[in-house]
Design a protein around this ligand. Structure first.
Ligand code: HEC
Ligand code: HEC
Length: 341
C-alpha cells in the first residue's frame, strides 16, 4: 500500500508569532509516520482566527436550545474529548442518548464519523449533534440568529473570514478548524518510537507492546491505533441491539459492526465500547479473553483455530495495560489551545 507522508503548511498563518515549544501552533502538520489525511484541507485553510472562532463555538451553550449544553459538555479535554464516566451520552434536559461519546483527536485521518460511519465529512458532523433531540435540540438557523445578535461573534467572523456575515458554512468550517488541530502524537509511546533521549519502556511496557502487536494491532494498528474499519468484536447483544454500521448501509453483513476506536489516551476515556458497557480496561481485556460471543458477523480474527476470542494470560493482561498507559498524551490532554477560551 502506498503511503503518502504529507506536511501541510497552510498559508496565512505566518503572522502568528511562533513559540519555540510549539512552532506550528495554528497550522496543520501531520506527525512523522502518519498516513495521508482524509480531510480535504484545500476547502478549509486553517487560520488562528478561524480556529479561535471554532474553539469559542465548541465551548458555547448557545449551540443548544436552552443554552445549557455545549459540545464540550460531552467532549471534555481531560477525558481526551470523550464524556468521562458516562456510558451513554447525556444531553439537554438530562436526556440520554444510546451511544458513548467518542474521544476526539486525529480526526483529519477519519473519512467516516460516528460509531456507524453515518457522516462522511467532518464539516457535516456538528448538525447531527445540534439537531439531535437528546443532545442539543437546536436548529442551525436559530444558532446563526443567536450568533448574529451576540456581542462578540460578528467581530470573530470578520477576523476569520473578512466580513461579519454569519453563514452555515463558516460556522461549520470554524468548528472543523478547531477539531482538526486536535492532534495526539506525543505520548510516551510516540517518544519511545522516535527514540527520544531518556525515553525507555519498562519490561512490562515492552512485553505489552509485543503482545499488542501480536494480538491487537491488526484492528488497532499504530500510529492511529485504529484501522478505521467497521468490525464486530463479539460484544454480547442487548435485547434490542444497536445494529451499528448496518443502520447506514442496510446490509446484513454490517449488522453489529462498529467503527474500531483508537486506543490513544484510552486510560482517560472510560467507560468503553459504543455503549460504554465496560468500566475498565481490565474488563475490556476479560471480554477479549473470555467474553467474545458467537454473534452474526463476528470478525474472523476473533474466531480462529476453533477458539473464540483472544487468549490472554494474567501476565499478558498486565503487560497490555502497562502498554496502553504509554498511549496517554499529556501534551494533548493539557494543550491550552484546546481548553475553555
Ligand atoms: C449530548 C452529548 C453530545 C454533545 C452535546 C455533542 N456530542 Fe459529539 N458525539 C456524541 C456522541 C454520543 C457521539 C457518537 C454518536 C454516534 O456514534 O451515533 C458523538 C460523535 C461526535 C463526533 C464523531 C467522532 C468519531 O470518531 O466518529 C464528532 C467529530 C463530534 N461528536 C463533535 C461534536 C461537536 C463539534 C459538537 C458540538 C456541535 C458535539 N459533538 C456535541 C455526543 C455529543
Ligand atoms: C477484530 C478486530 C479487533 C481486535 C483483534 C481487537 N479489537 Fe479492540 N475493538 C474492536 C472494535 C470493533 C471495537 C469497538 C466495538 C464496539 O464498541 O462495538 C473495539 C474496542 C476496543 C476498546 C474500547 C475503546 C473505546 O474507546 O471504547 C479497547 C480498549 C480495545 N478494543 C482494546 C483492544 C485490545 C487490547 C486488543 C487485543 C487484546 C483488541 N482490542 C483487539 C476491534 C478489535
Amino acid at each position: 500500500m502506498k503511503r503518502v507522508w504529507m506536511l501541510f503548511l497552510i498559508a496565512g498563518c505566518s503572522t502568528v508569532d511562533p513559540k519555540p515549544e510549539t512552532p506550528t501552533e495554528y497550522t496543520f502538520k501531520a506527525p512523522e509516520g502518519f498516513p495521508a489525511t482524509a480531510y480535504r484541507f484545500e476547502n478549509t485553510p486553517i487560520t488562528q482566527a478561524g480556529f479561535e472562532l471554532g474553539r469559542s463555538l465548541f465551548y458555547d451553550g448557545k449551540l443548544s436550545r436552552d443554552g445549557s449544553i455545549s459540545c464540550a459538555d460531552c467532549h471534555q479535554q481531560e477525558a481526551a474529548f470523550s464524556h468521562f464516566d458516562h456510558d451513554v451520552s447525556h444531553g439537554i434536559d438530562d436526556r440520554l442518548g444510546t451511544r458513548n461519546a467518542p474521544a476526539l483527536f486525529n480526526l483529519a485521518w477519519h473519512s467516516d464519523f460516528f460509531w456507524d460511519g453515518g457522516v462522511h465529512d467532518l464539516d457535516l458532523q456538528p448538525p447531527s449533534a445540534i439537531m439531535n433531540a437528546n443532545e442539543m435540540d437546536e436548529s442551525l438557523d436559530r444558532i446563526l440568529e443567536k450568533l448574529r445578535k451576540d456581542s462578540k461573534y460578528p467581530a470573530m467572523f470578520r477576523a476569520a473570514y473578512g466580513t461579519e456575515e454569519v453563514t452555515t458554512a463558516r460556522f461549520l468550517k470554524s468548528l472543523s478548524q478547531f477539531m482538526l488541530l486536535m492532534i495526539s502524537s506525543n505520548s510516551k509511546y510516540d517518544r519511545y518510537i522516535r527514540k527520544e533521549a531518556g525515553v525507555t519502556f519498562t519490561a512490562d511496557e515492552q512485553e505489552g507492546l509485543r503482545v499488542f502487536n501480536l494480538k491487537c494491532a491488526t484492528c488497532h494498528p499504530a500510529p492511529l491505533f485504529t484501522d478505521l474499519s467497521f468490525r464486530n468484536n463479539g460484544l454480547k447483544p442487548t435485547p434490542n441491539p444497536d445494529l451499528g454500521r448496518a443502520l447506514i448501509t442496510l446490509r446484513d453483513e454490517d449488522r453489529l459492526r462498529f467503527k474500531v476506536p483508537s486506543l490513544r489516551n484510552i486510560t482517560e476515556s472510560p467507560p468503553y465500547m459504543h455503549d460504554g458497557r465496560f468500566s475498565s480496561l481490565e474488563r475490556v481485556l476479560e471480554h477479549y479473553n473470555s467474553g467474545v460471543q458467537a454473534t452474526e458477523n463476528l470478525d474472523p480474527l476473533l474466531s480462529q483455530n476453533g477458539r473464540r476470542g483472544i487468549v490472554l494470560s494474567d501476565a499478558e493482561k498486565r503487560a497490555l495495560i502497562a502498554f496502553m498507559k504509554t498511549l496517554k498524551d499529556d501534551t494533548f490532554l493539557s494543550d491550552k489551545r484546546f481548553s475553555h477560551p
